[in-house]
Design a protein around this ligand. Structure first.
Ligand code: HEM
Length: 480
């Protein structure tokens, strides 16, 4: 794992530029900039330009009264960002959502794995259970995904023929929920459980209540101050989603016997394990695919027929050589597909913020200077800028489909979507996402399944609360 050396400044020492303004008002001003005056991306870009530095001080949302401390040191280049992966130097307890943490009541009163620091003994137990479960389910990934995606294409074609367009996001949500439920719940169809067809809607609401302090709805008829008061100032209470969340929990609990039996062998109680897996399924997998899949289709769609043609050739040749079935080894013979998936994760990392507290005084470096971060200060990485660092990536703001093919693979160590370098593997001793390989596989599978059926397609896209909104305008069925 790459780290910054904490004791020796490699480059000239500089004061970290930036300020927090006056107490309370400074945090409120920065929150309004973030949500209403500038927007997320401009919030960080403007400050980077103003201070002429990729390391700077500012407040980040939500601030009062959701977060006790909103004062952070922001990192937006590919080099300094890596301090966030060095668990000997940074403490991640309670930092999964940033400077605030939603109430554990959303998870049965438990602090689930993602909120635990590596020094918390519970962390390695829970992460060990998650990693071993994913290894055990590995052979089922492709088959379950293939079964879950077929209804998506039926709906897509039906909507296109009836209405002339098809809104991709809800189709993608249904696919993700169906896949994850069947994966963890021994192949069971979620429709046959207490959630019925409402799984995605229930998860949307439950995740929204937890992430509301970071979200703005962008509704013109609601004044900013009112939205800010309701969404960003105090935590939204769990009881408003309790009934739905209980249904979700029951559906998993009653269908996940194998995983819960295994959990007991790890010394984890069945209900605590179930809350962890509901969080994995809903927050981590469903919540992040909600951003990742539309983004993947957006970038492939806007790249046009030339890329589509290349993908068609690569995918169909490899699948034909594998006897007409999608296998792990066939997927390995598709370097362009893999590169397109990584490039999407580089351009639009689905989890944009990473936060941690300095365990001690740390000296970090960016490309040209070193800086002192004091013990207990909060460090906040804004990943969409770190993975578009122009000193690492050529034409960093452009989507280049084959960026990671051949020699380009060397740059994968600067792809950070999983809270680690893409060339590293998650372990029980770090905070890297245990779903790393699964997500890259699910990205590749979506592209493969798509171009086995279709030659090309057209879309239009816009922005949503979290991520992109994608609508299909046309698809051309496979001719070869
Ligand atoms: C596109 C999909 C995904 C993205 C973008 C993503 C991203 C991340 C990130 C950035 C973190 C670190 C957050 C932090 O502490 O700052 C993380 C942690 C985590 N993710 Fe994922 N993730 C995805 C899918 C998954 C999947 C499929 C699973 C499991 C099935 C998963 C399980 C977890 C867990 C348990 C943690 C906490 C790890 C730890 O405490 O050591 N994630 N993920």
């Amino acid at each position: 794992m790459a780290t910054n050396d904490s004791s020796v400044p490699k480059l000239p020492m500089k004061e970290i530029p930036g300020d927090y303004g006056v107490p309370f008002l400074g945090a409120m001003k920065d929150r309004y900039d973030f949500h209403y005056n500038q927007g997320t991306d401009d919030f960080f870009r403007c400050r980077m330009k103003k201070y002429e530095s990729t390391v700077f001080r500012t407040n980040v949302p939500p601030g009062p009264f959701n977060a006790r401390n909103s004062k952070v040191v922001v990192l937006v280049d590919a080099i300094s960002f890596r301090i966030l992966f060095d668990n000997s130097q940074v403490d991640k307890e309670n930092r999964f959502e940033g400077t605030f943490m939603s109430s554990p009541s959303f998870n049965g009163g438990y602090k689930v794995c993602a909120f635990l620091d590596t020094t918390n003994s519970k962390h390695s137990v829970l992460k060990g259970l998650i990693l071993s479960t994913l290894t055990r389910l590995h052979d089922k990934f492709i088959l379950i995904f293939t079964n879950s995606i077929t209804p998506m294409f039926t709906s897509l074609e039906k909507e296109l023929s009836e209405k002339g367009t098809s809104y991709f996001n809800p189709l993608s949500d249904n696919l993700s929920f169906d896949f994850i439920f069947r994966l963890f719940c021994e192949g069971k169809n979620p429709i046959d459980t207490s959630v019925g067809t409402n799984g995605p809607k229930i998860v949307d609401k439950w995740v929204f209540f937890q992430l509301a302090p970071l979200i703005s709805l962008g509704l013109k008829f609601i004044p900013n101050f009112l939205e800010d008061l309701v969404l960003h100032t105090f935590p939204l209470p769990y009881f408003l989603v309790k009934r739905d969340h209980q249904k979700l929990y029951n559906a998993f609990y009653n269908s996940m016997k194998d995983i819960l039996d295994e959990a007991e062998k790890f010394g984890v109680k069945r209900d605590e394990a179930c809350h962890n897996f509901v969080f994995l399924a809903g927050f981590n997998l469903y919540g992040d695919l909600k951003v990742f899949y539309p983004s993947l289709i957006k970038w492939i769609g806007t790249s046009g027929p030339n890329l589509h043609n290349q993908l068609v050739k690569e995918i169909r040749t490899a699948v034909k050589e594998a006897g007409g079935v999608i296998t792990f080894s066939a997927i390995e013979k598709m370097p362009l597909v893999k590169s397109v998936v990584y490039e999407t994760l580089r351009m639009d990392p689905p989890v944009a913020f990473q936060c941690a507290k300095a365990r001690k005084n740390i000296i970090i470096s960016n490309h040209d200077s070193s800086f002192l971060i004091k013990k207990d200060e909060l460090i906040f990485g804004y990943q969409p800028l770190a993975t578009k660092d122009p000193k690492v990536f050529k034409n960093a703001e452009d989507f280049i489909p084959d960026r990671f093919v051949g020699d380009g693979e060397k740059l994968l160590r600067y792809v950070y979507w999983s809270n680690g370098e893409e060339t590293d593997d998650p372990t029980v001793n770090d905070k890297q996402c245990p779903g790393k390989d699964l997500i890259v596989l699910l990205g590749r599978l979506l592209v493969v399944e798509f171009f086995l059926r279709y030659d090309t397609f057209e879309i239009e896209f816009g922005k949503l609360l979290l991520g992109s909104k994608v609508t299909f305008k046309s698809i051309t069925k496979a001719t070869s």
